[in-house]
Design a protein. Structure first.
Length: 195
């Protein structure tokens, strides 16, 4: 397959696009020649597709027609890369932001967990959770074990084990959570330590 074929197709459209711009603005080849310094024969060959466009020719034409260079060459539109997160409330208090934009077995969340006060109310449900503490101190109770995790620490557990988590010091804690509803586990690949 010819990898340059899509680019040639884009370039083949430049000439007709330039002709449309010129005629839509009521300009002649002579007037465009005078305004840009590009010879009349070059302009004619460019518009008919007999000459390949280059930046030296396209930049003055884009300025004259007052259009972005991308419009002259028909560049594909680039989507907005920003992710707009919609915060949601946790049933037990706090906020979470879904970070996964497509459905799948594993979902990612950023959670802000407040001080819930009182005694932990352990729950169970299907799934597997991986939690990374971003900021603050997280208290994690798993069955008979009671842990406190700080920034940079990770816990991974089956949510079938009775569990509870909340702030360990009365201030909100920020956590990155990866959750698999069907018990999917997270896999971390690391190189072995050099001996």
């Amino acid at each position: 397959m010819d990898s340059a074929a899509p680019y040639r197709a884009v370039l083949d459209e430049v000439g007709p696009r330039l002709r449309r711009l010129r005629t839509d603005r009521g300009l002649t080849l002579t007037s465009v020649c005078e305004a840009t310094g590009i010879s009349k024969s070059t302009l004619s060959r460019l518009e008919s597709g007999q000459r390949r466009p280059n930046l030296e020719l396209l930049l003055p034409l884009a300025g004259l027609y007052r259009v972005p260079l991308d419009d002259l060459v028909g560049a594909p539109e680039v989507g907005d890369p920003r992710v707009r997160l919609a915060p949601r409330s946790l049933p037990s208090g706090g906020t979470y932001l879904p970070l996964s934009r497509t459905p799948g077995p594993l979902q990612a969340y950023k959670m802000i967990i407040p001080d819930r006060g009182g005694e932990p109310d352990l729950r169970t449900h299907e799934g597997h959770e991986w939690m990374y503490v971003l900021d603050g101190w997280l208290r994690l109770v798993l069955a008979d074990h009671d842990f406190v995790l700080g920034p940079g620490e990770v816990a991974e557990f089956s949510t079938r084990v009775p569990h509870w988590f909340g702030s360990a010091d009365g201030r909100p804690v920020e956590v990155l959570s990866l959750f698999g509803r069907q018990g999917e586990r997270m896999h971390v690949r690391a190189r072995p330590k050099a001996g």
